[in-house]
Design a protein around this ligand. Structure first.
Ligand SMILES: Cc1cc2nc3c(=O)[nH]c(=O)nc-3n(C[C@H](O)[C@H](O)[C@H](O)COP(=O)(O)OP(=O)(O)OC[C@H]3O[C@@H](n4cnc5c(N)ncnc54)[C@H](O)[C@@H]3O)c2cc1C
Length: 365
């Protein structure tokens, strides 16, 4: 029998959606590429992060916060089902500041967001003294921090592994190392998906969550899918005993002990390699925050490609020409995993609990 849903793409976005659909009792097949595919879900920073998101797009800030606030329950349920520990910590996070002027500008942006959203915004302003109490290893130039109360981090590889495990435990089919080459909708309203071996899969509905692969596949179902790659380079040090209390957007101590560093953004096409110039720049910024890192041994570095829309915000779009096909694309798939799992199934099924995703439609481009 055909599954109700085919999900094209088995990264964190496709897997969060597949898991959410299976929990609601829908049959799902996930089709995912192989090791040579671009896979942001295996190279990212692992932040579950609200701060700085949607400062000029309040609806994105609100959507992000909704997911961040649902993350604890999402993680608990996933861990109970799979027996895996995905190491979620939501004890807040830092946005370290080096100049009073920049700090004031950021505070103004948060205050504006608060006004527009008509809600409180979970941030605190810490001076150097207070920052030192929490993180005694900060460098002399850090003047303070904007503390994001709801920020946190997770082990993104363990998250992905747990999601794939959950999909299988709930009876979903996960087909890896296949390349989807053709998508169409038949007269009988069935979606046909052809992979490079010639094999075909059919379903009633289809979710295109193929990351950068959506740019090629999307037009076959009437989507614009205007996403492009943006490279991020990341470093990780040798393991340390617990030394950093909380993550920042640039530096975090992972659950295994290494200190992960990285926040670069480069437009270099489909090129995920690392460069000595950028790794040096990243390391320099990190040392300004935590000088002890100047003595750390870097054990690994990698590059990975973000999936970026023209305005940087997610795209949630049902196809106008092939209804029942949905495009889901975003550049914060870890942060948004809880909402993708909990709420997107309602959107696909048009239930009364469907979130209003109108403003994220690709008609805006
Ligand atoms: C350096 C870096 C740091 C980041 N840090 C964070 C962070 O801290 N927090 C956060 O929330 N987000 C972060 N992100 C973003 C996050 O990683 C992505 O939003 C997320 O991984 C996107 O998931 P995805 O499933 O859409 O895409 P991907 O992980 O790229 O997965 C797409 C999948 O589709 C498959 N696919 C593509 N084409 C085809 C095809 N033709 N046939 C079959 N399968 C296909 C591929 O095999 C792949 O597995 C970061 C990203 C990068 C690069």
């Amino acid at each position: 029998m055909n599954p109700k849903y085919i999900i094209v793409g088995g990264g964190v976005v496709g897997c969060s959606i597949a898991y959410g659909l299976l929990k609601k009792g829908y049959q799902v097949t996930v089709l995912d590429g192989g090791d040579s595919a671009n896979r942001a879900s295996r190279g990212n920073f692992g932040l579950v992060w609200l701060s700085n998101k949607g400062l000029n797009a309040p609806h994105y800030s609100a959507w992000t916060r909704c997911s961040v606030n649902a993350w604890r329950d999402f993680a608990d349920e996933l861990e109970t089902l799979t027996g895996d520990d995905i190491h979620l910590e939501q004890n807040g996070g830092y946005d370290f500041q080096f100049s009073q002027q920049e700090m004031n500008a950021k505070i103004q942006q948060y205050e504006h967001l608060k006004e527009v959203l008509g809600t409180d915004y979970p941030y605190q302003v810490w001076d150097r003294q207070k920052t030192l109490q929490e993180e005694p290893n900060i460098g002399p130039d850090v003047i303070g921090t904007i503390f994001g109360e709801e920020d946190g981090h997770v082990n993104p590889l363990k998250l992905l592994r747990a999601l794939v495990k959950a999909i299988k435990l709930l009876g979903g089919e996960f087909v890896s190392s296949v390349e989807v080459v053709e998508l169409s909708k038949s007269m009988s309203q069935t979606f046909n998906v052809t992979v490079s071996s010639g094999r075909q899969y059919q379903s009633d509905k289809l979710v295109l969550a193929a990351g950068l692969g959506s740019a090629q596949l999307g037009p076959q179902l009437g989507f614009k899918a205007p996403v492009v790659p943006q490279r991020g380079q990341v470093l990780i040090t040798e393991k340390y005993p617990p030394i950093l209390k909380r993550p920042s957007g640039l530096i975090r101590q992972v659950d295994e002990g290494g200190i992960q560093i990285g926040d670069s953004k480069e437009s270099v096409g489909l090129n995920p390699s690392t460069t000595p110039e950028m790794t040096a720049a990243i390391a320099e910024r990190a040392i300004a925050i935590y000088p002890f890192l100047s003595k750390a041994n870097i054990v690994r570095s990698w590059g990975a490609l973000r999936i970026i829309s023209p305005d940087g915000l997610p795209i949630y779009q049902e196809s106008n020409t092939c209804p029942g096909a949905f495009l889901v694309s975003c550049h914060s798939g870890i942060t948004l995993a809880a909402s993708h799992c909990n709420l997107l199934p309602h959107w696909f099924e048009k239930t009364p609990d469907s979130p209003n995703l109108e403003l994220f439609s690709e008609q805006r481009f």
